[in-house]
Design a protein. Structure first.
Length: 636
């Protein structure tokens, strides 16, 4: 913790000494422009007022001696921009959009006249970005709401952006500019939202952003600036909020497999179409805060318009689904010990019990093999001794997302500046049983499998301060996410692993992790003359705890070794067979007679001085602290 405060104090000292500031705000945009008269001469000292149409909150800056102005770190939204200067009519531009991480550039030409007269002008952002070499696209509120999203995950819209290569149909693991998934930095309201333990997915936010609560987000895919954060690709999500009108919505969506066609391979073997019955439901509400208070000693209703705003969103998801699996099993003949192969084009059968070193089956292993279903297709296996058994794995999936945001204007005074408070909370509860995503369901109907569950939190608070044209944002965020992959029941006997077929038992053992991220960041921006000074620091402390039961249950692997051979002879007993065919015969024979290849078990320590114990999970703790200072000057 001492390192945290030392870093922040150092950052503040540098900003005060050099007037040089900050990491580009991942939750805001900026507005800049020029003001001139009808002859093209610059207008210095003009007053520029930017008013948010949704909240009524305003900010005022002035043009410099070159007629230029900059309003950095502006909350996203639609603004009314007014220009006032002595000897000129007031110029007003309405519906000016400020987008996350982007600079809105405006040009005003004032008309000579009285300031009481007003001229409404049309001004838009430059089509060509002349202020930054970064390649950034913004997915705005309308796109988030209107584009088709079967998953209701806003990050899936990243697949529409240039420079992003989608892997199959999964946007989550897409590549940005051919780079690995770990090269992408995903933030939610300026705070690290990634899985900080398994950092392989490019477009995956651990708190699973809600579609209804996302205002917009930006995706930077090329020439990332030094003020952009960690990673070559940048994704910045911003939560909705800030409106003077009470608004809300209610929704319900349903998807049903009754409208789906079956797949070719399911029809081929008579497997029913996959079940898909999804229910999306929820609501959102937001607006100004009203509440009781005492005014002049009398009860009254406090009106939070232009001052205090809230937003709350809930989204639920329930799904009953099925996933098609095709397992490899022994044919009826192979279970009786008859191995079949082609000697050239001649079908040949060999009784394994008469040619091997053991002439009788093992009651335990044969009983397990006979408990498995018989094959119903030849899409797997060799079609003679092994074949496929295709069926539907039934499961359920649930997800609950809660988002709350509160914005409050604390102080607005010309002497001490403007100070605003932001608080945002994201919570997501997720469950998947069985966990077909990671393939740890029971391998056959009725067999033990494992499920996945997690509770994910992201809490974020910020103090946004404006002193004239200078802006400082101090932000703290905390992410924690216990995740468990839990076996349905503990094994009561050693695992037996068979050869050449799908193993009858799921050998996966429970494991899980808890990752906690504490993040402090401070961003300071100051326009000075023809330059924009930025300075900031980002400190992250990542702590993780993991447990893993893998290997603590003994495992017996069927097969053979030099001390325990099968006794099969390829030349004598399998004339004309290939090495592949002979190896398959050895694997089936080992399964039938219970031939031991090897056995394994894992021993772990419970404490650094305890020694090794059986049935002791592997527990690991790790902690990593990273800090990232930044200093940047831009301008003419």
């Amino acid at each position: 913790m001492l390192k945290v405060f030392t870093g922040l104090a150092f950052a503040l000292m540098i900003s005060l000494v050099s007037f040089s500031p900050a990491l580009a705000q991942a939750t805001t945009g900026s507005v800049s422009g020029s003001v001139s008269d009808p002859n093209g001469a610059v207008v210095a000292g003009a007053t520029v007022t930017l008013t948010n149409n949704a909240t009524g909150q305003s900010r005022t800056v002035s043009t410099n001696d070159r007629g230029l102005f900059v309003a950095a770190s502006m909350p996203i939204g639609v603004y009314r921009v007014s220009i006032e200067a002595s000897g000129f009519k007031r110029a007003t531009a309405t519906e000016i959009a400020v987008e996350v991480t982007k600079q809105t550039q405006l040009t005003f030409i004032l008309e000579v006249g009285a300031p009481t007269e007003e001229v409404t002008v049309t001004s838009a952002q430059d089509v060509v970005n002349t202020s930054s070499p970064t390649i950034t696209n913004v997915v705005d509120t309308r796109q988030v709401k209107d584009l088709p999203l079967p998953t209701r995950n806003p990050l899936d819209l990243a697949a529409l952006q240039a420079g992003i290569a989608v892997v199959g149909t999964d946007t989550r693991n897409s590549s940005v500019g051919g780079l690995r998934g770990s090269s992408v930095n995903v933030t939610q309201d300026g705070i690290n939202a990634m899985d900080n333990f398994v950092k392989t997915s490019s477009f995956f936010a651990l708190t699973n952003p809600s579609l209804n609560s996302t205002a917009e987000f930006s995706i930077t895919t090329g020439t990332t600036g030094s003020d952009a954060g960690r990673g070559a690709g940048q994704v910045n999500l911003v939560t909705r909020g800030r409106t003077n009108q009470l608004r809300g919505s209610l929704f319900y969506l349903h998807r049903n497999d009754a409208f789906n066609a079956n797949s070719f391979f399911n029809n081929l073997v008579g497997t029913p179409r996959s079940r898909q019955r999804q229910h999306f439901f929820g609501f959102d509400v937001g607006g100004p805060v009203f509440g009781p208070w005492l005014k002049d000693g009398r009860p009254d209703i406090w009106d939070g318009r232009d001052t205090a705003f809230f937003f709350f969103s809930y989204e639920g998801f329930r799904e009953n689904f099925s996933t098609t699996r095709n397992r490899t099993v022994l044919t009826q003949e192979a279970r009786g010990g008859v191995f079949r192969y082609l000697n050239g084009t001649t079908p040949t059968s060999v009784n394994l019990y008469t040619v091997g070193g053991v002439s009788t089956p093992n009651a335990l292993t044969l009983g397990i093999l006979n408990s498995l279903p018989l094959p119903n297709n030849t899409l797997a296996g060799d079609g003679l001794n092994t074949a496929g058994y295709q069926y539907q794995v039934l499961g359920s999936n649930s997800d609950d997302k809660f988002v709350f945001r509160y914005d409050h204007l604390l102080i607005k005074d010309s002497a001490v500046g403007t100070h605003k408070l932001e608080f945002i909370m994201n919570r997501s509860n997720f469950g998947l049983k069985p966990d077909t995503f990671n393939g740890i369901e029971g391998p056959f109907p009725g067999k033990v499998g494992a499920g996945q569950s997690s509770e994910r939190w992201l809490v974020n608070g910020a103090l946004v301060s404006t002193f004239g044209s200078a802006t400082n944002v101090f932000r703290y965020g905390r992410q924690w996410s216990p995740v468990g992959f839990i076996r349905d029941s503990a094994p009561t006997a050693p695992f037996i692993v068979f050869s050449g077929i799908t193993n009858p038992e799921q050998t996966f053992m429970s494991q899980g992790r808890r990752t906690t991220v504490n993040q402090f960041r401070d961003d300071f921006t100051l326009p000075r003359g023809n330059h924009l000074y930025r300075m900031g620091v980002d400190f992250q402390d990542v702590f993780s705890y993991t447990f893993n039961d893998a290997g603590i249950n003994p495992t017996v692997n069927l097969g053979s070794n030099s001390a325990n051979p099968t006794g099969l002879n390829q030349t004598i007993s399998f004339p004309g067979s290939s090495s592949t065919v002979f190896a398959a015969a050895g694997a089936i024979y080992s399964n039938l007679v219970g031939l031991l290849g090897n056995a394994t078990a894992t021993f772990n320590v419970s404490t650094p001085t305890s020694g090794f114990f059986s049935e002791q999970p592997a527990n690991e703790y790790s902690n990593k602290e990273t800090s990232r200072p930044m200093f940047r000057i831009s301008g003419d």
